[in-house]
Unconditional design. Structure first.
Length: 118
């Protein structure tokens, strides 16, 4: 007896190869349940309304406090500008696409990079 997989073969056999009962392959059509409106508990409904009002009040309070805040609390970051203290001679490639800057004050670094094996 061979086993059948779930994706191929019939629904009459389970994944282990055992034959299933007839009702597994041919399910009986069940009667659809009709929608019945849910009965609302008035105590819970009142508590939910009060909680929603409290949240709305907190939201309005937060927005009022937010509008009163000063906008210049944090200072603006200074823009970076090259001062010219270190002069860039060029860019060396150390390994593959690893770009390394070469500055004028450290020319030995450029010679070391040139001696490296690639």
């Amino acid at each position: 007896m061979s086993t059948t997989s779930f994706y191929m073969g019939s629904l009459r056999y389970d994944p282990t190869g055992r034959k299933r009962k007839k009702h597994a392959a041919n399910p009986v059509k069940r009667k659809r349940q009709t929608f019945q409106p849910m009965k609302i508990d008035p105590i819970r409904q009142q508590a939910a309304l009060e909680a929603a009002e409290e949240r709305e009040k907190q939201k309005e309070d937060f927005l009022a406090r937010l509008s009163k805040m000063k906008s210049d609390i944090t200072a603006k970051k200074e823009t970076l500008q090259y001062t010219g203290e270190r002069k860039l001679i060029g860019i060396a490639t150390m390994h593959k696409s690893n770009a390394v800057p070469i500055f004028e004050d450290n020319k030995e670094h450029a010679k070391e990079i040139a001696r490296m094996r690639r």
